[in-house]
Design a protein around this ligand. Sequence first.
Ligand code: COA
Length: 360
Amino acid sequence: MERSQTEATTKQLHAGLEGIVVAHTRISDVRGDAGQLLIAGHPVESFAPSVSLEQTVAILWSAAGMTISAQDVQRDLARSKSNVAPVVMGAGVNAMEVLRAGLAQLSSCGDDISDAYLAIATAPKVIAAWRGVALSEPAAPMAYVDLCMRALGVSSADGNRQALSTYLVSVIDHGMNASTFASRVVASTGSDLISAVVSGIGALKGPLHGGAPGPVLDMLDAIGEPANAKPWLLAELASGRRIMGMGHRIYRVRDPRAAVLEQAIAVLMASGRETPRLALARAVESAATEILRERKPDRPLCANVEFYTAVLLDALGIDRQLFTATFALGRIIGWCAHVMEQRVVGKLIRPDSVYVGPMY
Ligand code: COA
């Protein structure tokens, strides 16, 4: 028996690391069967609409071992002055590539907290630069959500600020997802927090992770009206493509963040906003759930966070090319928390593999 075959029989392969626990965490808890998300112990349904981003930073980073208050966050975030040059990559460049390049220019300050503020303060500026807008330094300390609104070009119309804040908090952290894992792997080598955040951006960009909401909106546009949902979805599956915004590695029921975002859209509508895509989205979700249930009776595939992200961010007037970068504006806070938590663990993350190639 060749060496590779011997190893293959003694070492078990965990494709996609599915079901493998790689960390104990105090940052968030994803309960897949129950469809629950706890952010530092708080249910996302009540947490996301009621807590500011500064409070969330303080709660998550304190959970990760750094004692810090929301006032500290507001003051120190405003003090953190990035000096990145505008990222010029030519028209039509993917916004996530611009964000990745923009943050990669930063030099580490040498400590995680300073690096975290630097990365968080810089991300909105890079996104604004993608839109061709130079974000000037605010005269007085500005709430992070207001900075994000300016970066994304969200107007101050009634309800927008609350809706964006709810969105950003709802996606702030989500267990050991791919981008968080990528950030933790980099942090585990002893590298700096900026490098860990840049690796998180790279992972989030993929369509199986954070890259889905733009395609969800494209899908809704292509379907056009509820009556077209079923034939369109069947044709999509027949051509071998997946339905974007459906399915999840951990959830076996509907992603609880879908309901949070649906509710945020309803609040926007109550303040007079027209969101015609909501009714269509609900019809498409219902048709997709039914079709996928028939196709895969043993694998529940329900709406994930990206489905209603598309509808909410569109209602806020955000360019669909910026949807994943908007996700990053929230998740960057979670990545930073995980880097801090990983420092306490201090163990290099280094899985194993089995060589199955030829031997000479
Ligand atoms: N549409 C159609 N089929 C899907 C599907 C979807 N959205 N999601 C999963 N499936 C099918 C797969 O084709 C696979 O079928 P098979 O066993 O016949 O090959 C089965 O369900 C299991 O999928 P798998 O890729 O092994 O599950 P996973 O846990 O690795 O994947 C996702 C989870 C999120 C990557 C997957 O559901 C997906 O690709 N969803 C669409 C993209 C998306 O919305 N991403 C955002 C995630 S928050």
